[in-house]
Design a protein around this ligand. Structure first.
Ligand SMILES: NC(=O)NCCC[C@H](N)C(=O)O
Length: 282
């Protein structure tokens, strides 16, 4: 998940985000639509400067405010894309946007998660090319994991499900990727108290070095201090304002670029990884 980012699906926010009703979408007090759009543009510049090709999905006023978080409605493997089914009801139309974008870009569709199954991309973490770890929680259910396993096992991919904690409740966004960000093949940033214990044990058994994010910064940011996007191994993009978590990554030989994201990431509960759906890495 940290190999050089070559191609990535992103949605350019517009009227659907700026006109969102914060109560309906569970956005925090800091939500400011116009500012969120500016902050997204600054983030997109960092991604583009890495050399990655951005496949843009435009916001044409469909009212899907969360669609800017392109990490969640699909997953792309070496053999094609898996189209997910969203756990958050307001996000249910989003996978169709991804399917259309893949058709346009010539990315084959490998399979689809169907109701009552749900899987969101934020709950999926590749441990290596043959092992996908999936968090079972308020967004991804067992039926979805069973379907995903059936789609990926012919490719030789093992899908391992782990239970996530309830934390701040059903309305809030806690994905597996809220408590772990891979930084390199053998390095990950974690908030260990909320990691499924057997997953923590698996990471250690695989020899993956765990960098602890600062717990107070995690609490203050509702977990967004931990949501870090690798552009390539140890070359990272993080939300500005969390110096202790940044210092912990730098102490592990990482280079960290930041962007201001109070109105976008903190308010809307989604960080730099959530704003990107990698289509090709390596
Ligand atoms: N992968 C992620 O953590 N995505 C963040 C999605 C935030 C969005 N407001 C949501 O509730 O789904």
């Amino acid at each position: 998940m940290a190999a050089p980012l070559r191609r990535v699906l992103m949605r350019r926010p517009g009227a659907s985000l700026s006109g969102a009703d914060p109560k309906a979408w569970h956005y925090g007090a800091g939500f400011d639509g116009a500012k969120a759009i500016r902050q997204h543009a600054a983030f997109a510049e960092l991604v583009a400067a890495s050399g990655a090709e951005i496949l843009w999905v435009e916001d044409e006023g469909d009212g899907l405010a969360d669609a800017v978080f392109t990490h969640d409605p699909s997953l792309v493997t070496e053999s094609g894309a898996v189209i997910f089914a969203m756990g958050k009801a307001l996000r249910r139309p989003e996978p169709a946007l991804h399917e259309a974008a893949y058709a346009k870009a010539g990315v084959p569709i490998l399979g689809r998660i169907e109701a009552p199954g749900t899987v969101e991309g934020g709950d999926c973490v590749w441990l290596d090319a043959q092992t996908l770890v999936v968090g079972r929680g308020v967004r991804t259910n067992e039926a979805g994991i069973v379907q995903l396993r059936a789609i990926l096992s012919p490719l030789g991919v093992e899908v391992l499900g782990f239970d996530l904690p309830f934390w701040q409740g059903e309305e809030a966004c806690l994905h597996l990727m809220s408590v772990i960000s891979p930084l390199a093949d053998d390095l990950a940033l974690v908030h260990a108290p909320l990691l499924p214990a057997p997953f923590w044990q698996l990471l250690r058994a695989r020899g993956i070095r765990l960098v602890e994010g600062d717990p107070q910064e995690f609490a203050e940011s509702f977990g967004l201090s931990l949501n870090v996007l690798p552009l390539s191994p140890r070359d990272l993009v993080a939300v500005a304002g969390f110096p202790k978590t940044r210092a912990a990554m730098e102490a592990a030989d990482c280079r960290v670029s930041t962007f201001e994201a109070d109105a976008l990431c903190i308010a809307c509960e989604g960080g730099p990884t959530c704003l990107t759906r990698p289509v090709l890495r390596g």
